[in-house]
Every structure is written in structure tokens, then in C-alpha cells.
Design a binder for this molecule. Structure first.
Ligand SMILES: [Mg+2]
Length: 462
């Protein structure tokens, strides 16, 4: 996995050492010798990871990190702070400035590369989600969802998997004093499938040494491979100084790690940053799904909209060409619908449209596509349908609308509604869907001009 890495250090030799190591692993390396240059470079080159020296004259690493993390153009870029003496207080300060991790000089290669790979992987995943989110916005589909900036995400859930229950109680006590999250401690005899039970957590905190289910690393890789737990964050707790296990954990998909006998506040800071990231990716993910779903559905009736129907009709035509079987296309238009709206109001009009959609859908097969083209006009596409079947089906639809009055509100009597229908048959030899729609439209026009509440087949209308 290649990526662009910005190395920031005030000492030229330190930059050279890092540059050489990273370039040898085929990363694209850019350099900056102070904080303000780093900020400029980050804006201009959009690196995938920033390795940031803490001790620098003028603006130090903490200050630089804070600025990078407060600008929306750079706040998504992961930052690893590099320091010669790493006191717990410094780490905490860095995490509070938004840093993603710390490395101590002289830099251990294993730790460096594992961390870089891991940060690149999660950044690329988020970049992809951001890109899809932007695509839906550019397609003009974003109008379909209302973004409520003030929505408070539900309380984050954290599952603790310690090496023994006593340790879990200590973790929980320290964490719940400092955070508003919901905690659950897993006992040692927890079966792997229970990790996938309902109420999935946002974050798992897993000790690398857990008894009953093999080891913590195996659990990390299991959680990453299952669809239900794949998107959760994982913080691995490893024995103090065990860089090898930490590196392995990151490669297996842990989001972060912390050395055992940690300062509780450091775990709090790491937990909070993982939860924030998880909430951002959850939101992006659901934006994309919701947008796509809403982009093909008519919000009032829940039927497919014109955009979808046209696409789908093309596919039915292609399929007919393969099978050599005819298909039918109907256009339906509610008679004198304007009068319903004018006399009884739009609320009643909407109720009629909903009830109409329900009856049509209930009286067709599952394979038939029902869509609302707009206003009171509907399209039905029936794959593998003969002329006789199309005639029977459309006559049945006409009747289910006419036979029972529409009850729109408890205070008024039922409304008598009728529908005019135009039907045409799709020739498996042609893919010209537009021509088909215009034939059905001609037939519909004939039904209207012949007195409404009737079915016309295109051939007989010609
Ligand atoms: Mg320095």
C-alpha cells in the first residue's frame, strides 16, 4: 500500500533518516522543517500521514497538530508525533491536540511501519466513504436526505475484554469516571459468537493475553473478518514495551494499541478519538445508503420513481431479448385527479395516491415493477407477459380501483375513483424503450378520450 507521508523535523539529519527508511518502502515522502511549513505543505500536498516532531523552535509539534486538526482541509490526515522523551503527560497532551499516536526516538522500524500501514488503511477507507458521500451530493441526490447537524449520536458502547475480571473492573472504574460511555465487561468464558450478539459496541478494548478464546490477536482478526463487527474500533492492550505484539495487532486490524499499566486518562483520550472517528464513518456510511435508497423511491407512496423505472425497463427489455419472451408495459392515470385535490384538499389527494398505489401493488405479481412517474401517473412493467395476460391484468387493476370507494378521512364519505390505462406489448427483438412508452401513452390517451375508466391496448388504438 503506497501513500504520501509528510515528515516534519527541525533537524535535517533526522528528516533524512526517516525519508530514507520510508522511501525504501516505496512511500512518497515530502519534508518540512518547521510547523508553519508543515501546515502549508499539508494543505498543498494533502499527505496521507504526517510524522511530526514535537520539539521544534517557534511553533512546537503540539501547536502544529492543533492547527492541522482544527482545519477541515487537514483534520482528516492522521498525525503521529515523534519525541525523544515520552512522558505520559506529553502523550496525553498530544492526544488532546488530536494526535493519533506517538513514536519515541530512536524510532523502532517495526513500530513505525506497522503504525503507518494501519493509519493508511483506515484513512483510505474514510477517504473512499467521503468520496461516495461527495458523489451523491454532486449527483444532486443529497437533496433526498435532510442533514440534521444537531442530531446527538446515541451513547457510545464499549466492550472490555480484559485478561481477568478484576482487571476489567479496574478499567471500567477508571473509564466510567471520565467518560459518558456505556461499558460492558466480557467474562473469560465468553464464547466468540457472543461478541456478535445484539447491541454491538462501537469499540472493543481487548487485552492481548486472554485465556479462554486463544489470544487477543486472534480475537482482533475474528472481529475484523465478520460483517457485523467489521466496522467497530478495536484498542489492543499489550504488555509494556511489547512492540512486536503491538505491530502484529495493528496489521491484523486493531485501530490502536496502548501499553499495559497505562495512565487511565491516556486510554480515555484514545477511546474518545476512536469513538469520534467511528461516528464519522458511521454517518458517512449511512448517508450513502440512505441517499441511494431515497434516490430511487417516491417518498409519498414508497413506489419506485421515474429514474429507477426507466433504468429497470431497459433491463427488462434486455432480458426479453435473451429469453425471446414478450413483456407488457402499462401507463395508468387516475381520472379527474385534479378535482379530488381541488374539492377535498391535498391531504385527501395524497391519501388517494397512497391507497391507489397499495391496491395496484397488491394485484400484481412480485416480479412486476410498479412506479410512480409523477403526479397521478403510474407505470407498470410486467416481464414475460402475453397480450392476453396483459389485458386481464390491466382490466383487473381498473376494477379494483372502481369497485371500492376510497376512504380518505373519517369525517367524509368515500370517494369514487377510477383509472384510465394504456397497455402495450414489448417486442423481444427491440430495445427501444422510449418507443414503447410512447405507444402506451397513445393507448392511455385513447382511454381518456373515449370516456375514461377503461383499458386500451396499443394495437386496437392504432
Ligand atoms: Mg526537534
Amino acid at each position: 500500500m503506497s501513500g504520501r507521508i509528510l515528515v516534519v523535523d527541525d533537524i535535517a539529519t533526522s528528516r533524512m533518516v526517516l525519508r530514507a527508511k520510508l522511501a525504501a518502502a516505496y512511500y512518497d515522502v515530502i519534508q518540512a522543517e518547521n510547523g508553519s511549513e508543515a501546515i502549508k505543505s499539508a494543505l498543498k500536498y494533502q499527505p496521507d500521514v504526517i510524522l511530526l516532531d514535537v520539539m521544534m523552535p517557534d511553533m512546537d509539534g503540539f501547536e502544529t497538530c492543533k492547527i492541522l486538526k482544527s482545519d477541515p482541509k487537514t483534520n482528516h490526515i492522521p498525525v503521529v508525533m515523534i519525541t525523544s522523551v515520552c512522558q505520559p503527560a506529553d502523550r496525553l497532551r498530544g492526544l488532546e491536540c488530536g494526535a493519533d499516536d506517538f513514536l519515541t526516538k530512536p524510532i523502532d522500524d517495526l513500530a513505525l511501519f506497522a503504525r503507518v500501514r494501519n493509519l493508511l488503511r483506515s484513512k483510505f477507507m474514510l477517504d473512499e466513504l467521503r468520496l461516495r458521500d461527495r458523489t451523491t451530493q454532486e449527483l444532486g441526490l443529497a437533496e433526498f436526505i435532510t442533514h440534521d447537524k444537531d442530531i446527538v449520536p446515541p451513547k457510545a458502547r464499549v466492550t472490555l475484554i480484559p485478561s481477568d475480571y478484576e482487571m476489567g473492573l479496574l478499567w471500567e472504574k477508571a473509564l466510567s469516571e471520565n467518560t459518558p460511555y456505556l461499558y460492558k465487561i466480557c467474562e473469560n468464558d465468553t464464547q466468540p459468537q457472543e461478541f456478535e450478539a445484539q447491541e454491538l459496541p462501537d469499540v472493543y478494548v481487548i487485552h492481548a493475553r486472554i485465556g479462554a478464546h486463544g489470544d487477543g490477536l486472534r480475537l482482533v482478526s475474528m472481529l475484523r473478518s465478520r460483517p457485523r463487527t467489521r466496522n467497530a474500533a478495536i484498542i489492543l492492550v499489550v504488555s509494556d514495551g511489547d512492540h512486536a505484539t503491538a505491530a502484529k495487532g495493528l496489521d491484523l486490524g486493531a485501530s490502536d494499541y496502548i501499553f499495559d499499566h497505562f495512565d487511565p486518562l491516556e486510554l480515555v483520550a484514545r477511546l474518545s478519538s476512536q469513538i469520534k472517528r467511528k461516528q464519522i464513518s458511521d454517518r458517512l456510511r449511512s448517508n450513502v445508503t440512505d441517499t441511494l435508497r431515497l434516490a430511487v423511491l417516491d417518498p409519498l407512496t414508497g413506489l419506485y420513481n421515474r429514474r429507477y423505472a426507466e433504468q429497470h425497463l431497459g433491463r427488462i427489455a434486455e432480458r426479453a431479448q435473451e429469453t425471446g419472451k414478450e413483456y407488457a408495459l402499462m401507463l395508468l392515470d387516475i381520472d379527474n385527479f385534479k378535482r379530488v385535490n381541488d374539492t377535498h384538499g391535498h391531504v385527501s389527494g395524497d391519501a388517494v395516491l397512497k391507497e391507489f398505489s397499495r391496491r395496484i401493488q397488491e394485484n400484481l405479481r412480485g416480479v412486476d415493477l410498479v412506479s410512480r412517474l409523477g403526479g397521478e401517473e403510474f407505470l407498470v412493467a410486467m416481464p414475460e407477459t402475453s397480450e392476453e395476460q396483459a389485458r386481464l391484468a390491466s382490466e383487473r387493476l381498473r376494477q379494483v380501483i372502481e369497485d371500492t370507494v376510497f376512504q380518505c378521512s373519517p369525517n367524509q364519505g368515500g370517494l369514487r375513483i377510477t383509472v384510465s390505462i394504456g397497455v402495450t406489448l414489448g417486442d423481444p427483438l427491440t430495445l427501444d424503450v422510449d418507443k414503447l412508452i410512447s405507444q402506451a401513452d397513445h393507448a392511455l390517451y385513447a382511454s381518456k378520450s373515449e370516456g375514461r375508466n377503461m383499458v386500451t391496448l396499443f394495437n386496437s388504438a392504432a
